[in-house]
Structures are given as structure tokens and as C-alpha cells.
Design a protein. Structure first.
Length: 402
């Protein structure tokens, strides 16, 4: 029987156990004091990273766990999952809410509870494909940047002991709007760091996370559809379990205005076609390489007749916003590689200039109100704010490919 966690450990991250176990063991007492008996709010908690964060903190026995997510079905599955996991502690005050964190309803709930000791925000547009056109770009920036201010203004009234918001490796020298939005988000949360402690983490790809290409491989195989993947895009990967542990360690052990990232080396980068090949082999198939999406789709019909030759189309990337490799920090950022065993930390970040951020927000809102605004205009506004934003535009979106 196929075991996804075993496959990830063997073929993707190539580690038999979490790379963060030593850091958790070494800091167990601190983690217990930061989590045990505390009121914790997790926004976007039904997603891959948010749910893994919840599973990481529950053994330390928080008093309250409130989970907010707009995905009602995923929230229901999260609740079933944690209630069905043998030995997993669940506090009496556990409430999953299907609601938007930027809504008046959320604010009412938050105020009624008098705030929280720990707030972790995982709500985000996380895919490069989210920048198809001006409408998708606006939705991305609203969620990742503009709505963040609504939450932070509320937290300013009810300062938490810890605030964590997930970033991305694509925020370092960004080449796509998603990565740039997360880099701006870092500035936004740091602009509130004189009011309460804020921390974040730049992530590797989470293997087989919801909506990811590897998760798509499993969906395609279940439907006997062909696989497609870039052959030249190299990415860092962590397991779902590790993703939650990164966030827990950053949130609870981090100092104000610090950015955490996993200590991964270039040799640990993987290409998506390599993962697809290993997955098909593990499922008992032989890879059948095709020249086009259309050829792969046609040959997939043979799978319905029991063929063990699985059609794939692997090709070089030609879509907007794709870096050939990833990086966690820039040459201008100061890094501490010694404090923790498996996590590096970007330190000495300054409190961001709120006036400059407010100016950016005003420019974005004004531009979005225009009927004839364009994606290129938004890119220029972001470039004016982030001089190192080098947008890769090819005119082709991932949504145009299989």
C-alpha cells in the first residue's frame, strides 16, 4: 500500500526523520512555557502549513485553540483529522471558524475573546500562477498585503505575546508578484514590531502540499491522466511535518523582527520531473515520455486498458515569474547560522517605515480603482518600492499548460 509520508522521506527530502527534532528537543522547556496554557489563534489553519503547525503545537497543551479559515471543507477535515489522531492533545476550548479574517464577523469574535496570546497567520495566495491578469493580481495583493494591515491594526489594540506570519523563499530577490507581495508583507508586519513581537519564515516548498504540483501528480494518477512538469526548475523541499515545526520554532523561539529559514544546501534541491519519475516507479508504472501535452493526453487513453506505460510531458519552463532556483536571503541581509541546529536566521532587520508603506498602499488602492489599470502598472508600482524586484514576464501563465 502506497504511503505518502514514506515516499517523501525516501525520495523527496531524503531524510528518515525531521531535520528539526534536535532543535525541538533542545528547546522543549522554552516551547512548553510559550505554548502551554496559552490562548492561540491560527488563521488559515486548514491549509497544509497551518494544519501542520497546529499538530506541532498541540503536544505542548495550549489552553485555547481557535482556527479560522475560509475553506469550510478543509476546516472540517482538519477537525476530523486531529480528533482521530491517537494520543494527540486537543484543548477543551477548540473552535474552528469558517470565516474571513478581514471580515467584521472575525473582528467581533476576536474582540469578544479579548485577543490571544499567540497569533499565527497562514492565510495567503502562495502560487506563482496567481498573477494571470490584473484581477488575479489584485486578489493576491489584497490577501497577502492589504488585508494584513486590517489584522495588524486589530492586534495593535490587543497585543499578542507572539505574532507569526509565513513568508516564502521567493521573497528573496523576487521575480514574481507573489514573491514580491510576501517581501512587502515582511515590511508591513515589521512596521508593527514596536507594538508587539513579530517573526516570519521564508519557506522551501512543502512536499505534496495542497495545490502543489506533486499533489497534482497524485490527483492525475488517480484519474489516469498524464503528468506534466518542468525539467529545469530546481526547488528546496521540506516535509509537511517539518513545515509546521519550522513555524512553531520561528514563532516561539524567534526574537522580534527575525526571519527564519531551513538550512538546506544546493545539493538538496530537486526538480519536479525527478519527483514524478520516482512517484510513477513507486506506483508500478514505466515512464512514457511525450513531446507535447496533446500527445500525452492521447496516450493516457491506453491506461484505461491496463497499460503500465504512463505518459508524461517534461519540458523547460517558459511561464512568467519562474526562477530556475531558490534562495532564502540576499547579500545585504545579516544571517545567524549558529543559534539553531537546522534553522538559519536573518537578524538585525529594522522597523519598517510606516509612511513609506502607507504610500505604497495608497498607490495600489488608487490604481486598482481605475477601470483601465494593467498588470504592468502594478509591477511598476512594486518595483518603485522594491528596487531589487526583477519581474520575469513571458506572457504565458501556468494555467495555459497541463
Amino acid at each position: 500500500m502506497f504511503d505518502l509520508n514514506s515516499f517523501i522521506a525516501k525520495y523527496v527530502v531524503k531524510r528518515p526523520q525531521s531535520m528539526f527534532l534536535k532543535d525541538i528537543e533542545n528547546n522543549h522547556e522554552t516551547l512548553n512555557s510559550k505554548i502551554g496554557g496559552k490562548k492561540i489563534l491560527v488563521i488559515g489553519g486548514a491549509g497544509s502549513i497551518g494544519s501542520s503547525y497546529i499538530k506541532a503545537i498541540l503536544p505542548f497543551k495550549p489552553k485555547t485553540l481557535v482556527v479560522v479559515d475560509i475553506n469550510e471543507n478543509a476546516l472540517a477535515e482538519l477537525t476530523r483529522d486531529i480528533r482521530s489522531t491517537r494520543g494527540l492533545y486537543v484543548p477543551d476550548d477548540f473552535v474552528p471558524y469558517p470565516m474571513d479574517f478581514a471580515s467584521p464577523t472575525f473582528e467581533k469574535m476576536f474582540r469578544k475573546r479579548g485577543g490571544f496570546d499567540v497569533v499565527a497567520n497562514f492565510s495567503a495566495h502562495k502560487h506563482v500562477r496567481s498573477e494571470k491578469d490584473i484581477f488575479s493580481v489584485e486578489a493576491l495583493l489584497q490577501n497577502n498585503v492589504l488585508h494584513a494591515k486590517i489584522l495588524l491594526d486589530l492586534l495593535e489594540e490587543f497585543p499578542p505575546e507572539e505574532y507569526f506570519c509565513v513568508s516564502t523563499d521567493k521573497a528573496a530577490n523576487p521575480v514574481n508578484i507573489m514573491g514580491a507581495s510576501k517581501r512587502i508583507m515582511e515590511d508591513v508586519i515589521f512596521s508593527y514590531s514596536d507594538k508587539f513581537p513579530v517573526k516570519t519564515a521564508r519557506f522551501a516548498n512543502v512536499a505534496f502540499s495542497n495545490g502543489s504540483l506533486p499533489a497534482g501528480f497524485l490527483a492525475r494518477i488517480s484519474k489516469l491522466q498524464p503528468l506534466s512538469a518542468p525539467s529545469d526548475v530546481r526547488r528546496y523541499f521540506v516535509s509537511p511535518e517539518e513545515s509546521g515545526q519550522i513555524c512553531m520554532l520561528a514563532c516561539m523561539l524567534g526574537k522580534n523582527r527575525e526571519i527564519f529559514f531551513p538550512k538546506l544546501e544546493d545539493a538538496q534541491m530537486m526538480t519536479f520531473d525527478t519527483i514524478a519519475r520516482e512517484l510513477l516507479k513507486e506506483q508500478g508504472f514505466e515512464v512514457l515520455e511525450c513531446e507535447t501535452d496533446e500527445e500525452a493526453i492521447d496516450k493516457a487513453e491506453q491506461l484505461k486498458n491496463g497499460s503500465k506505460k504512463y505518459p508524461v510531458h517534461f519540458s523547460e519552463s517558459n511561464t512568467s515569474g519562474e526562477k530556475p532556483f531558490e534562495e532564502f536571503y540576499t547579500d545585504t541581509e545579516k544571517v545567524d547560522m549558529n543559534r539553531l541546529n537546522a534553522l538559519g536566521i536573518i537578524v538585525d532587520k529594522e522597523i519598517s517605515d510606516r509612511d513609506r508603506i502607507e504610500k505604497l498602499f495608497s498607490e495600489l488602492k488608487e490604481e486598482f480603482e481605475k477601470e483601465e489599470t494593467t498588470k504592468n502598472k502594478i509591477v511598476q508600482i512594486i518595483k518603485d518600492y522594491l528596487p531589487n524586484f526583477e519581474h520575469i514576464e513571458t506572457g504565458k501563465s501556468l494555467d495555459s499548460k497541463m
